[in-house]
Design a protein around this ligand. Structure first.
Ligand code: NAP
Length: 487
């Protein structure tokens, strides 16, 4: 599988117009977060290379949109199968490249294979509608609107480092099934995995030019890519900082944005504390907290806070810490800049009076799970997204204070509410300014046919299979104006 995309000196190539090419002499080293080993090099593409990729995508889209939908769906079915077959090999790459443990890597790949298959099936149900003029005053049924759904054109897919397979395929598959062509730019950290995924789509039969990959320094080609005159849609997942920048410069191009989060777990007096603690620990520390939907703060009613902490602590202390290759739960963060940032948030909180309930051991980019109690609103950790294994606990006096603090965040991705009272759950859900409220569960993106929406600084638009398909097509209307008289 690696042969075509990688030449002997481990320089990975880019998919351009159906072939794997080296675009320049400049290469970017991809290092493993486990120990800094160089895993390979990817092409540092330049603006002219990006231009060519977009041109190939634009030209090939004309034939692709005219390829029957069921044939496009069959290609995706094939890609889904191939991905499943290659799960073991690809999971090893994920472990080395982004430090995700084996079980989570395999589960990301399996979920993505299912996602592609479901998307192919859902895509076959795209339908239009007809509308009669007579419904509106002053018009008759001789005016008839025939509405179909058509692709947008060239879709730019930009994915983050933390789910290089899932968050790439969740953009590429809906774009392809609806007849768009794709220019795919994986995050540099995770780029080899992204190229591997592109190879799967290529092997499954996506025609030349319909899927092209771009690797390179986003500081040099990023703005050029998202402001190119021949792109028709941007589907982006990444940090709020990058997302806001793209939204500002891209102009009148429709886009979907999945950005950062600061998901709270709100624990009420009547909650099943054992169950809440289990969900909180899993939700906060899975993939070392490097997830947009990780629990990034606990808002607990003060009178039950000690009891909740009693249940959380032993679970957190039991989490294995080490190498993803040994399937440790807590693994090295993506780089040392990230772990230093997490440490700076912990230091700031402790300096301002937070209680450190766990050990705080850092060895380069590997950090043991940290729980901070009595976090207050003057501490950075109360508001920042750490993207690491640290859980701040904020004690609140009542439900209203929990709502207030939850909504004071600039983010609004998901929130968890732990309570046995359905009425309270509904009351809170109504008041929380987020895309999704989970009752008695940790925040999570799936199942992938559910809508996934970020509000405020957490995003724009709704993902989820049918919603992504909807976003990447537009309505085209033909109006028939029939003669009043029958012949
Ligand atoms: P990031 O640094 O913002 O990068 C995301 C992607 O944007 C990368 O492919 C990056 O390329 C690219 N990029 C950077 N500048 C660009 C520009 N000017 N034009 C075009 N592309 C540009 O984010 P990350 O560190 O990879 O991911 C972590 C963040 O993603 C967290 O904030 C997390 O919450 C968020 N996230 C959100 C969701 C969600 O569903 N809401 C899911 C997962 C992650 P390079 O790598 O080459 O710089």
């Amino acid at each position: 599988m690696f042969k075509e995309i990688c030449s002997n000196h481990k320089a990975y190539k880019n998919l351009y117009n159906g072939t794997w090419i080296e675009s320049s002499n400049n290469l970017i080293e991809i290092k493993s977060p486990i120990d800094g080993t160089i895993l390979g090099r990817v092409q540092a593409m330049e603006k002219e290379d990006v231009n060519k990729a977009i041109k190939a995508a634009k030209e090939s889209q004309i034939a692709w949109k005219n390829t029957p939908l069921n044939q496009r769906a069959s290609i995706l079915h094939k890609a889904s199968e191939l991905l499943k077959e290659k799960a073991e090999e690809l999971s090893i790459l994920l472990q080395f490249e982004i430090g995700k443990n084996k079980s989570s890597s395999l589960s990301e790949i399996k979920r993505t294979s299912d996602f592609i298959k479901f998307t192919a099936d859902e895509g076959k149900h795209i339908k239009g509608e007809t509308l009669g003029g007579e419904n509106f005053p002053g018009f008759s049924k001789n005016k008839l609107s025939f509405v179909t759904r058509v692709p947008l054109g060239v879709v730019v897919c930009i994915s983050p480092f933390n789910y290089p397979i899932n968050l790439a395929a969740s953009k590429i598959a809906p774009a392809l099934v609806t007849g768009n062509s794709v220019v795919f730019k994986p995050a540099t950290k995770g780029a080899i995995s992204g190229l591997y995924l592109a190879q799967i789509f290529n092997k499954a039969g996506v025609p030349a030019g319909v899927l092209n990959t771009i690797t390179g320094k986003s500081s040099e080609i990023g703005d050029f890519l998202v402001t190119h005159k021949d792109i028709n849609f941007i589907n982006f997942t990444g940090s709020t900082k990058t997302g806001e920048h793209i939204a500002k410069i891209a102009g009148m191009v429709p886009m979907l944005m999945e950005l950062g989060g600061k998901d709270p777990a709100i624990v009420l007096k009547d909650a099943d504390l054992k169950k809440a603690a289990e969900h909180i620990v899993k939700g906060a520390f899975n993939y070392s907290g490097q997830r947009c939907t990780a629990i990034k703060r606990v808002l607990v009613i003060d009178s039950i806070a000690d009891k909740l902490i009693e249940k959380i602590l032993p679970l957190a202390e039991k989490l294995s810490v080490g190498s993803p290759l040994e399937d440790a739960f807590i693994t090295p963060l993506i780089d040392e800049k990230s772990s230093d940032f997490v440490e700076s948030l912990i230091e700031d909180a402790v300096k301002k009076g937070a209680t450190l309930l766990t050990k705080n051991k850092q060895s380069k980019n590997l950090i043991t799970p940290v729980i901070l109690d009595r976090v207050t609103s003057d501490m950075q950790i109360a508001w920042e997204e750490p993207f690491g294994p640290v859980l701040p606990i904020i004690r609140v006096k009542d439900i209203e204070e929990a709502i207030k603090i939850s909504n004071a965040s600039k983010y609004g991705l998901q929130a968890s509410v732990f309570t046995k009272d359905i009425n309270t759950a509904f009351y809170l859900s109504d008041k929380l300014d987020v895309g999704t409220v989970q009752i008695n569960n940790e925040p999570e993106r799936g199942p992938d046919h559910f809508p996934f929406t970020g509000v405020k600084a957490s995003g724009m638009g709704t993902q989820g299979i049918k919603y992504s398909i909807d976003a990447m097509t537009r309505r085209k209307t033909i109006v028939f104006n029939l003669d009043e008289k029958t012949p």
